[in-house]
Design a protein around this ligand. Structure first.
Ligand SMILES: Cc1cc2nc3c(=O)[nH]c(=O)nc-3n(C[C@H](O)[C@H](O)[C@H](O)COP(=O)(O)O)c2cc1C
Length: 192
């Protein structure tokens, strides 16, 4: 049976650079025979975590009736996730962060209840893709920590990140081409 790879886009710009990196990663996974799907968070209704603490004991979210239900199901079904978000104010976008915060129920499941979401099958893999206007590598650091925390909570193996800085550089094209190739390779690696 084919592996399933999910692309999650956190950029409000559905044809922007984060989207290009994500599509490249999904093409890479497809080259390895995976079934791929892209979900665009800005088109979905995902409410932020309300810190009700209900998931402390139930390991499920009381707000599950919004589009997060789709993400919860996919996290348990797929074999790999490529998460792509541009940097907004030194972190991931609000849409991305809302989705990640709603995964607190997986954190409870893994670290409090000590059960494995992928029990009985290959451990799924995750990769983080990002882009930023700034040429300074430090701009990605908070988002990398957030992405690592997300993949740890959902119990995926973190395979690394593909980052493209200085996106407002008029001479971006050759660096972008390299990043697209790296994203493709990262997508293939999700299927190893
Ligand atoms: C609200 C907002 C906040 C941003 N904050 C940062 C920032 O803190 N650091 C940075 O380097 N770029 C920042 N940027 C620039 C974006 O990261 C950059 O334009 C990126 O390439 C957009 O990717 P996209 O085309 O996939 O949406 C910001 C852009 C917006 C709209």
């Amino acid at each position: 049976m084919s592996l399933k790879v999910l692309g999650i886009l956190g950029s409000p710009c559905q044809n922007g650079i984060a989207a290009e990196l994500l599509d490249a990663a999904l093409r890479g996974a497809e080259e390895r025979g995976a079934d791929v799907e892209r979900l665009d968070l800005p088109k979905m209704q995902i409410h932020p975590c309300i810190e009700c603490r209900e998931c402390d004991s139930a390991a499920s979210c009381v707000q599950h009736r919004d589009d997060m239900a789709v993400i919860y199901r996919k996290i348990r079904e797929v074999d790999g996730i490529a998460l792509s978000s541009p940097i907004f104010f030194m972190g991931v976008t609000a849409q991305t962060k809302a989705m990640i915060d709603r995964c607190q129920c997986f954190w409870i499941e893994r670290y409090v209840m000590k059960t494995r979401a992928y029990e009985g099958r290959r451990r799924p893999k995750g990769v983080f893709l990002s882009c930023a206007g700034s040429p300074k590598p430090i701009v990605f650091e908070p988002a990398i920590h957030t992405a690592k925390a997300f993949f740890a909570a959902i119990d995926y193996e973190y395979t690394g990140e593909v980052l493209l800085g200085h996106t407002d550089d008029p001479g971006l094209a050759p660096r972008k081409a390299v990043a697209i190739e790296s994203a493709k390779a990262a997508g293939r690696k999700l299927c190893d």
